[in-house]
Design a protein around this ligand. Structure first.
Ligand code: UDP
Length: 369
């Protein structure tokens, strides 16, 4: 019997790739199609060495409730036809919640990778997804000891929780191009190491509120008058910028299509500073040793804030925080390069595969006469 891995967005592909590789032929990957887009997921599958997944239909581009309902229905049909040994989900997406509900409905053991993250921000749909998935999960893979403490405080029994680290650490190590290739990539983009800013913007709180979007773009444009600013643009953000007529604001900014994972890591590795609202990037900077300004009202990753990152609302604070970090120069970069990542040592995927093997053994022993 197989282990079904349910995913639906770019960060899930990144963080589950190594686990899927370790599980080998036992893994059956189901892509709900939540963010299926050639530029986001399509090229990513090949780059991450992932097998072609089974795709569900009717999910992408729908309102949240319809996404969850459609994915739940599609998964239930798959689970009824061929019940897996276990179901694995990662993070806080609608795909992950649908996977958790589908596992629960068929009484299948559920493994949650990246359990115990909390922003305590009830305005974030992801916060509700996280809490619900953690309630349903049988094996909760906490990335950090603090994530475990949060789960214990919510009453999750200790024996369900394992501190595994976050698989993003091995994802970065596996996919960061070698130094010569990084130098070639930087040269191709006309960039000098440690002398540019890398930015990403895609969260609805920054893209769907025109005031916030204008403020973020205005701050990036201001920085671009001082040093190159590179912005691989998420298709949804691009659509919002065009609809609001804000494209001229980006005149001095180097706008790129969404970057492949290796290219993105190479750009991040040598940036003097990263400005981003991404969840995954908050973790990746701690492995790459680069400073980050997080443009969000709240974060579920406070571990990043200790040394690597700073949280700011969309507004002039972005430029202020960015200039403060940039003024730390080479000594600032050197300090971060020597700090360990709070997200583990790059063995999370293997540990999680071990937990899944134990779970499978228990179930087999339990069911055999
Ligand atoms: N990423 C990428 N190319 C880009 C922008 C981001 O490969 O142009 C990667 C990034 O390194 C991280 C993941 O995509 O691993 C994060 O995805 P996203 O920001 O869409 O989602 P979040 O992490 O906020 O859920």
């Amino acid at each position: 019997r197989s282990v079904v891995v349910v995913l639906g967005t770019r960060p899930e592909l990144v963080k589950l790739a190594e686990l899927i590789r370790v599980l080998g032929p036992a893994a059956r990957v189901v892509h709900t199609g939540q963010h299926y887009d050639e530029e986001l997921s399509g090229g990513f599958l090949a780059e991450l060495g992932l097998p072609e997944p089974a795709y569900l239909t009717g999910v992408g581009g729908q309102p949240r409730a319809v996404q969850i309902a459609a994915a739940l229905q599609g998964l239930d049909a798959l689970f009824a036809a061929e019940p897996p040994l276990a179901v694995v989900v990662q993070g806080d997406t609608n795909a992950a919640l649908a996977g958790a509900l589908a596992a629960n409905a068929r009484d299948l053991p559920l493994v949650h990778v990246e359990a115990g993250l909390r922003s305590h921000d009830r305005a974030m749909p992801e916060e509700h997804n996280r809490v619900l998935i953690d309630r349903l999960a049988d094996v909760l893979c906490a990335a950090t000891p603090d994530n475990r403490e949060l789960l214990l405080a919510e009453g999750v029994p200790d024996e369900r929780i394992a501190v595994t680290g976050n698989p993003v650490v091995e994802a970065v190590r596996d996919h960061l191009p070698a130094a010569a290739e990084r130098a070639r990539l930087l040269a191709a983009h006309g960039l000098d190491a440690d002398r540019y800013v890398l930015a990403t913007v895609h969260r609805p709180e920054n893209t769907d509120d025109e005031l916030a979007l204008t403020a973020v773009l205005h701050e990036l444009a201001g920085l671009a008058r001082e040093l190159p600013v590179v912005l691989p643009l998420h298709p949804r953000t691009r659509a919002r910028i065009e609809a609001a007529g804000l494209l001229p604001l980006l005149d001095g900014v180097t706008v790129l299509p969404p970057a492949g994972y290796g290219t993105f890591l190479a750009l991040a590795r040598h940036a003097a500073l990263i400005v981003s609202d991404s969840g995954g990037v908050q973790e990746e900077t701690t492995v790459l040793g680069r400073p980050l300004v997080v443009v969000r009202n709240s974060t579920e990753r406070p571990e990043s804030l200790a040394d690597f990152a700073e949280l700011v609302d969309p507004g002039p604070q972005i430029g202020t925080a960015a200039r403060r970090r940039l003024s730390e120069g080479a000594p600032g970069l050197h300090r971060l390069a020597n700090l360990p990542s709070p997200y583990g040592d790059g063995t999370a995927s293997r540990r999680i595969a071990g937990l899944i093997a134990e779970l499978a053994e228990e179930r087999t022993a339990h069911r055999s006469p």
